[in-house]
Design a protein around this ligand. Structure first.
Ligand code: PLP
Length: 414
């Protein structure tokens, strides 16, 4: 068979390859953890998992998953509203609501689906969505599925002016909210990541909450990179800024800090969750969350409610790593999350350099990933390091030594 598109796509991929912009996947042959097997390499130090609390292969979490298979089976072969709701699904919705301090929660197969199904049920062409410039791709997908008017504000800028970020002039959040155009809409929804995964910075949620109250806007926060470890007891960005109970809708994932398998949810005001259960398409027309995932996530939430020790440890580890990497002379973005972005934008061919750096790191036994266009803006290539509560001080020191060796090898630090 020959179709025009086959040939065109082959050319597109080849073009990307010559530009050094093709993403390759490495094959892991062990469970997820701080030391993993990557192909034939054993004992590779892993610094690129969203395994913030070290729960991806925790014995208690594994046991909870096994127990749930025995008590509730493997799959439900149904969406929720036909025959896909077990007692444990309702239990998890209640427990997530307690953990996040919300009225109610609805589960989705993934946070991607939660975001894909959150806008359209509430907003039509007479309403407005106001989004941070760096929002996650899944939020953007959700926005695209809805007819509301779209407005973008400059990353984390909440003021009334215009701001220059990445060479673009964009208004601040208040400038958008206060405009006649937006005030004349039926509803307004502000949407932001809580923690931005590529930068490791936090949305100024205290101020955003105030503005949403002032301008009668619904606030939706995607806390996928925050739930479990940001805030005094790990409840998320709203706890960090002491605005629990003042965010209308929170979406988050069970596929990161909370055990890392899959699954997500939307949590928030009762009226809004009730409506999502009736109208949200990824909820209505996609399979229920697997019982194993539900049972293990219940266990994780119990563990995190009993003790903040994992949350405390990941913050200690991140602080230590960030300060040592800065001391060594690397350019990092500021932040107090478990994500440390080491930037290569000041060098020529930054995309190629970021990838070479990652490959050299792997030669030194450290696994971290270079991110480049289109995942981040052109000229903003970086290595993103993610810390885990499960990293030992020895593992951190070995990784820092590898970064310094590779940094010197590539002429990035002296
Ligand atoms: C990872 C991530 C998602 C997707 O979560 P899944 O449950 O894997 O679909 C959504 N939003 C943000 C901000 C994320 O970082």
């Amino acid at each position: 068979m020959s179709r025009k598109i086959y040939k065109d796509i082959t050319e597109l991929i080849e073009k990307r390859r010559t530009q050094g912009l093709i993403k390759e996947e490495r094959i892991i042959t062990s469970p997820q953890g701080t030391e993993i097997e990557v192909g034939s390499r054993k004992n590779v130090l892993n610094f690129c998992a969203n395994n913030y609390l070290g729960l991806s292969n925790h014995p208690d979490v594994r046991q909870a998953a096994k127990d749930t298979i025995d008590s509730r089976g493997y799959g439900l072969s149904s969406v929720r509203f036909i025959c896909g709701t077990q007692d444990i699904h309702k239990e998890l919705e209640t427990k997530v609501s307690e953990f996040l301090g919300t009225d109610d929660t609805i589960l989705y197969a993934a946070c991607y689906d939660a975001n894909a199904g959150i806008f359209e049920p509430f907003l039509d062409s007479d309403s407005a969505i106001i989004a941070d410039q760096l929002n996650h791709a899944s939020i953007i997908s959700g926005v695209r599925l809805c007819k509301a008017k779209r407005y973008i504000y400059s990353h984390n800028q909440v003021g009334t002016g215009t701001y220059n970020f990445d060479g673009k002039d964009l208004p601040g959040l208040e400038a958008v909210l206060a405009s006649d155009e937006v005030q004349n809409c039926k509803y307004r929804m502000v949407t932001t990541d809580g923690v931005f995964s590529m930068n490791g910075d936090i949305a100024p949620l205290g101020r955003i909450v105030e503005l949403c109250d002032k301008y009668d806007a619904i606030l939706m926060v995607d806390d996928s990179h925050a739930t479990g470890y940001i805030g005094a007891t790990g409840r998320g960005t709203h706890e960090h800024f002491e605005v629990m109970g003042r965010v209308d809708l929170i979406t988050t994932t069970f596929g990161k800090a909370l055990g890392g398998a899959s699954g997500g949810c939307t949590s928030g005001r009762q009226e809004l969750i009730d409506w999502l259960r009736q109208m949200s398409r990824p909820y209505l027309f996609s399979n229920t969350v697997a019982p194993t995932v539900v049972g293990a996530t219940l266990k994780v939430l119990d563990m995190l409610t009993e003790s903040t020790s994992l949350r405390d440890r990941v913050h200690e580890n991140a602080k230590y790593f960030r300060s040592r990497i800065k001391e060594a002379g690397f350019t990092t973005l500021n932040g107090n999350t478990a994500i440390v972005a080491i930037m290569f934008g000041e060098y020529e061919n930054d995309a190629v350099l970021a990838q070479k750096f990652a490959n050299d790191l792997l030669e030194h036994g450290v696994y971290a990933i270079g991110f480049f266009f289109p995942v981040v803006a052109l000229g903003q290539s970086r290595i993103r390091v993610q810390l885990s509560a499960a990293h030992t001080r020895d593992q951190l020191d070995r990784a820092i030594a590898a970064f310094i060796a590779v940094g010197r090898m590539n002429g990035i630090i002296s």
